[in-house]
Design a protein. Sequence first.
Length: 150
Amino acid sequence: MQIRKDDPTAPYVAGLLAHHLSELRGHMAEFAFALDATGLSAPEVTFWTAWRDDELAGFVALKQLDPRHGEVKSMRAAPAARRTGVGRALLDHVVAVARARTYERLSLETGTADLHRPAVALYRRAGFTDCAPFAGYAPSPHNQFLTLIL
């Protein structure tokens, strides 16, 4: 698998990103904070795609909240790539970049619906623990907040 810095507005990302946003908004409505291509293109966000041969296997983004704190954004494995290690590879990549940037903490917001269980289990296996809302998020029964001290 190859992970490369990429352009979230690229045509080959559009279908998987649309699927990601549609699924989250369908389950979480106004509590879905996933970024669209414009948000993923912001200067404080770095976006990567994962590839197996010539197939898009997933994507992830890292948003710098401040010089010591980053946020994992919009991590998604393609449906055909689920349970193949893509999520773990993307998460490991983001954690490594956060450490290289000398962040002290890496946080994320995710949902509480059943569809989030595999991702939450992955985050917990990687050492993320519960935390208070951060970066202007408000608590709700639809969201949970996790952090990893680096």
